[in-house]
Ligand binder design. Structure first.
Ligand SMILES: Nc1ncnc2c1ncn2[C@@H]1O[C@H](COP(=O)(O)OP(=O)(O)O)[C@@H](O)[C@H]1O
Ligand SMILES: CC(C)(COP(=O)(O)O)[C@@H](O)C(=O)NCCC(=O)O
Ligand SMILES: [K+]
Length: 259
């Protein structure tokens, strides 16, 4: 089974074993292959076609979700190039195996809901969860002690902040993603680039920590934190005890596809 999640920055693709893992085992589906490509780049149809050979068999189902309709249509338009069955598009929140305790379920990003579907599989019994998804936007969402999606917070992600600072000022350079990887930057920047690195990193992390603190106050029991998204590997080490699953929404898609 192939799962595809089309975000606002990147298309994430994963190859999974169909019915690889029962949900009752409290383990997430494991991917055999995964990749992420920029949403404006060409879809790597050739590499995808090679996946079929790698598993020495047939791709039986493809499920596609996402919060970027234009990006999704680009994938659907080129679809015949895969030779795979037509994808099942997940865009209706009411088909998802999760209770939605929000004002308007149809307007919630399906990526946030798919994250929650996957997180529920590993949620300790009676424990709430907080999901941090650091993508184009960063979302910090709550799953209740009964497994319901409760909503959360949305803020700009790293790249968006960096781009906005550059675009809406005369003098600030653009800091690329590659300049924020590695060791956390010193808080005290001695030049413009280092000051931006500091503000981007500690500002993003500080916002996330503050949201977690406030959200925890609303919860009846200690929450498990799970981190996902493109910048998850930068955030997760800074949140003690947090789990890190880079492709949670893909795993959510596979859980839905296996249902
Ligand atoms: N090395 C990095 N440093 C900082 N941010 C990064 C890095 N790599 C990726 N990102 C962030 O991850 C985002 C892409 O993550 P992704 O989860 O694929 O987003 P989306 O689902 O919105 O397409 C980028 O917009 C950027 O904010
Ligand atoms: C908040 C998001 C932009 C995050 O998308 P991403 O950063 O993963 O591309 C997306 O979930 C979205 O468009 N949501 C719609 C509004 C809502 O969730 O309430
Ligand atoms: K996100």
């Amino acid at each position: 089974m192939v799962a595809i999640d089309v975000g606002n920055s990147r298309i994430k693709l994963g190859l999974f074993e169909k019915n690889g893992r029962a949900r009752s085992e409290r383990r997430l589906p494991e991917y055999l292959r995964s990749m992420a490509v920029e949403v404006d780049a060409a879809v790597p149809w050739h590499e995808l076609a090679r996946w079929t050979k790698k598993i020495d068999g047939e791709v039986v189902a493809v499920i596609l979700g996402g919060v970027n309709p234009r990006g999704r249509d680009k994938v659907l338009d080129g679809w015949p190039a895969t030779g795979w069955p037509n994808p099942q598009v997940i865009d209706n929140p009411f088909v998802l195996p999760i209770e939605l305790l929000v004002d308007s379920p149809r307007t919630v990003g399906v990526d946030r809901l798919l994250n929650a579907v996957a997180a529920n599989v590993i949620r300790p019994p009676e424990s709430p969860m907080i999901i941090v998804d650091s993508g184009t936007a960063t979302t910090v969402d709550v799953i209740s002690t009964t497994g319901a999606f409760e909503g959360g917070a949305i803020l700009p992600g790293f790249q968006l902040c960096s781009q906005a600072l550059h675009q809406y000022t005369a003098l600030l350079p653009r800091i690329s993603n590659d300049e924020i990887v590695g060791e956390p930057p010193a808080a005290l920047g001695k030049n413009t680039r280092d000051a931006l690195r500091s503000g981007l990193f500690w500002g993003q992390l500080g916002a996330i920590r503050e949201l977690i603190r406030h959200l925890r106050e609303t919860l009846p029991a200690e929450a498990t934190i799970v981190v996902t998204g493109g910048a998850g590997r930068l955030i997760a080490p800074q949140l003690p005890g947090a789990l890190h699953h880079p492709y949670l929404a893909l795993q959510g898609l596979v859980i839905v596809g296996n249902d």
